[in-house]
Design a protein around this ligand. Sequence first.
Ligand SMILES: Nc1ncnc2c1ncn2[C@@H]1O[C@H](COP(=O)(O)OP(=O)(O)OP(=O)(O)O)[C@@H](O)[C@H]1O
Ligand SMILES: [Mg+2]
Length: 587
Amino acid sequence: MKEVREAFRRFWPLTRGDRRWLALIVACVVVSALAETASILLFAELTDHALKEGSLAAFWGPAGAWLAVAALGALVGYLGNSLATWTAERFVLRLRASVFRHLQELPPHFFQRHRRGDLVERLTGDVEAIEQMVVSGVVGTLAAAFSAVFYTCAALWLRWDLALATFVLAPLFLLAARRFSGRVRTASQDERVADGAITSVVEESLGNIVLTQAYDRRRDEEQRLDREARAWMRASVRGARLSEMYEQFVEVVETLCVLAVIGLGVWEISAGRMTLGQLLAFAAFIGYLYPPVRNLGRLGLTLTAATAGAQRLGEILDARPAVTDPAAPVAPWPVHGRVSFHDVTFRYPGTDRESLSEVSLTAAPGELVLVTGPSGAGKSTLSKLLTRFYDPTSGVIRLDGIPLTDVPLAFLRENVTLLPQETLILNGTIRENIACGRPGASEAEVEQAARDAAAHDFITALPEGYDTEIAPGTAALSGGQLKRITIARAMLRAAPVLVLDEPTAGLDAVAARQVVGPLRRLTAGRTTIMITHDLSLAPDADRVLVVDGGRLVQSGTHTELSAARQGTYARLAGPLPLPEDTLVLRQ
Ligand SMILES: Nc1ncnc2c1ncn2[C@@H]1O[C@H](COP(=O)(O)OP(=O)(O)OP(=O)(O)O)[C@@H](O)[C@H]1O
Ligand SMILES: [Mg+2]
């Protein structure tokens, strides 16, 4: 019960704006329950007067009234139910949107901890379970409760002593519902988890089909799916068995009640204390009472299944973004692009090793700063801090002298563009993929960006040119070509600060130079931080920073650094003679 209350407290605010519709639905529910009660009473009157006495004159009045009541009940029932479905779907729409919005703000490590398929399942299956709770939960409870109350009142009004005698059996229903609900919740939670696991396995396998085929891992993947599918089957069968057991048990209790009513009725009629019409009406009330009571019992089960879903959505909603908008943000200003790190230390959440230790650096507007260092040194981490995917564990990062934590997030990311190390592609055309760098960019600007990124030529050579559809994991373009599309996107953004993480990885030396050329031109008045292993680009840079083991170990121009024949930079440059070396040898 506590979980149900919690789920309601969490999700009730989402009904804001629809509450008057809820009130109208309740009104419809009350009216249709009243209409049904009235029709049963009319039925008793018909039996006692028209039927028993065989009088047609006594038939027309109650019959007409019954028809009118039935028509009214039908109309109101239709209205109420359509309205209920509409309201429930709107609620689900909002629920999914709010969870999705929250999900989009969560930090990268949240997605490392949760499998994608599981998250997909939460946004589909669990949302549906909650939809059921809203439709059959709120509306169903109300309908069942009102009907039950009215029928009970009518039965008591007809023959209170008989009614009380039959109600003695009612606690049996509650007992059954209580016994089953806990176990149904566990079963449906297991089923949800297994559903998510199946989606995950299928998704991961399909996303990794090349690895599967290249290393012939088909058997392993099948076994993985089989394991999850079996878990799902067990949970699903267990859930179905429990509901079926409950249904059958209720069936038996109902038969018991019917027999009790008939037995008591026979006794009363033989003693002349009751008419047949009264007995029939009474039996009808008791008969009508079962579905709502049964629904109330079932509702417990639906509710527990839904709370399982609600808890899983709650887990997403409880995860906090790693960074949030400042409480007192500074007003937007024309950004020059001076970037500085002051003693920045950073540890990834959940790890105890520092990925960056006391890094201090500055990059002035218009500078092209090249950051290099061995793999795992902390270069990409640097770029993630600068675009505020995380905040430093200690130390400050400033943009134009203003701490990043005081800058509105959207404004920061508008002005500091990141080209991530991974090639990230949208589902859409090449044009859309580039244009998303700056919404509203003209056709000519998109093409100029593609030219600057050395991508225009290969794009126009495609049969459909800029309208070629691409998707993540697409095989229609090479890795280097996709990379150049993402570079064009970053260039189009025209932000004062550009952070490029391995922009030339996957490009041949010619293409790499083609990309760096325009970059040089574009950097006029912009700060560009280029993370790269490709030291052939170093002579183009104003400054080279060398990161090793999370520390900034060397900095200077390429000429200065290569003059020092020891240290990380010399090691990275490798046995290949640097231009300076060549000079020395010639002397
Ligand atoms: N999400 C993460 N959670 C925990 N540790 C991480 C995470 N990402 C990176 N690390 C660790 O932080 C360190 C620095 O990683 P980073 O990605 O910054 O290296 P890099 O210099 O960009 O390497 P590469 O040249 O291979 O791209 C590594 O030791 C890595 O293990
Ligand atoms: Mg990296």
